[in-house]
Design a protein around this ligand. Sequence first.
Ligand code: MG
Length: 173
Amino acid sequence: MIRVGIGFDSHRFASGRPLVLGGVHVPYPRGLAGHSDADAIAHAVGDAMLGAVNLGDIGRLFPNTDPAYKNADSMALLADIHQRVHGEGWTLHQADVTVIAEAPKLAPHIDAMRVRLAQALDVAANAVSIKAKTNEGMGFIGRAEGIAVFAVVTLVPGVEEEPVTEGLSPSQP
Ligand code: MG
């Protein structure tokens, strides 16, 4: 038995803010506008997680009218979502993410983002895939006015697994 969830998010660029994507600070003259840190990758993945277990969405759980979430670290929101999903008896099996951005080039930061997301969601980094593409110059993304993110996750029943300790076999003589 598995669950599948889909998430989408988009934010417009704004000057005077750091660009935070997948929990990583990406050097760029502009950041993303938003009430929280506007981490669109974290928001899309979080909505996919919530959708998979029918727990609503990020906007409902962490409303942008609540001062508590002003400039909130979206990695902390993601860890909170992971706990809620786990509380429903489900755990992340894998996540696949597509970021659509004309700029900046995200390839050098993808692996760091995967590690950050995996940490927040308590899975191995190879369970998290992130792909970046441009919009071929078309529309608001093509004009670099903002970015959009799609995410799909699969969840499996949340059995507590023994941690794998590579290279140590205490049961062997
Ligand atoms: Mg958002």
